[in-house]
Design a protein around this ligand. Structure first.
Ligand SMILES: O=P(O)(O)OC[C@@H](O)[C@@H](O)c1c[nH]c2ccccc12
Length: 269
């Protein structure tokens, strides 16, 4: 299984991170940082369109290889912000997605919208690291974590001000995740074992999620009709990467997919 390979690589990365820095040291850095921007809020009450948007800064993926040649993370992030993306996601995994922590930190300096650190979180060290490099939210993937790990990671994240997006792609994962009363659930339309995307994944799972939880439909989204469909079944936001990365002008691509927006917010409490 491919996901197992990614996790094995991540374990080695975490081991070397632990040799470089302790949690105590990272906590000292965190004490001097500005508060996080509210990621979940930006997608719910604060969203700018009827459908919220997390626009992803993504250079490559294991299934597609290099996605964008002229990859300039800061320029892309500014274009997304200008086009009214509510939040951004920045891939930081290097071996499989050609991302980097440095991209996230540079994007943090350049934009004012909340940032998701998109990576494979398997250890508390990475949560502190995410905060230190400038993230406002982290991703927890149910497929690679036990319920207890998710509970522990969620509480660590909250204790340092980070929001948590918990990702599921089937009923079994969703049932485990609901035990944690999450504020935000991502439904990944891509099966991380086969890489096949199917928007019916969102349609099938969204009905089992309690009202009041912010639902993000993730992956394989590229058409305005899909946004409308996902909105009509109950998703509050979408996470879009590859489709935007393949357009020369990402700002225009956001407008074409998502429609126009108002700064005053279109979300409901
Ligand atoms: O590029 P897409 O198909 O629009 O998908 C974006 C995002 O959902 C995808 O990058 C993603 C979703 N969950 C992940 C977990 C790890 C790495 C990447 C992902």
């Amino acid at each position: 299984m491919f996901l197992d390979r990614i996790v094995a690589t991540k374990r080695q990365e975490v081991a070397s991170l632990k040799e470089q820095i302790t949690i105590d040291e990272m906590e000292k850095t965190i004490a001097g940082l500005a508060p996080c921007l509210g990621f979940e809020r930006a997608l719910s009450a604060g969203r700018k369109r009827p459908m919220g948007l997390i626009a992803e800064v993504k250079k490559a993926s294991p299934s597609k290889g290099l996605i964008r040649e002229d990859f300039e993370p800061v320029r892309l992030a500014k274009a997304y912000e200008e086009a009214g993306a509510d939040c951004l996601s920045v891939l930081t995994d290097a071996p499989y997605f050609q991302g980097s922590n440095d991209y996230l930190s540079r994007v943090r300096q350049a934009v004012g919208v909340p940032l998701l650190r998109k990576d494979f979180t398997i250890d508390p060290h990475q949560i502190y690291e995410a905060r230190c490099i400038g993230a406002d939210a982290i991703l927890l993937i149910a497929a690679i974590l036990t319920t207890e790990q998710m509970r522990q990671f969620q509480s660590i994240a909250q204790s340092i001000g980070l929001d948590v997006l918990i990702e599921v792609h089937d009923q079994e994962e969703l049932a485990r995740v609901l035990e944690l009363n999450p504020t935000m659930i991502g439904i990944n339309n891509r099966n991380l074992q086969t890489f096949v995307t199917d928007l019916r994944t969102t349609e099938q799972l969204v009905g089992s999620i309690p009202k009041g939880t912010t639902v993000v439909s993730e992956s394989g989204i590229s058409k305005p009709e899909e946004i409308e469909l996902l909105r009509s079944v109950g998703a509050h936001a979408v996470l879009v990467g590859e489709h935007f990365m393949r357009q020369p002008d990402v700002s225009e691509a956001v407008h074409t997919l998502m429609g126009s927006y108002s700064e005053t917010g279109a979300g409901k409490e």
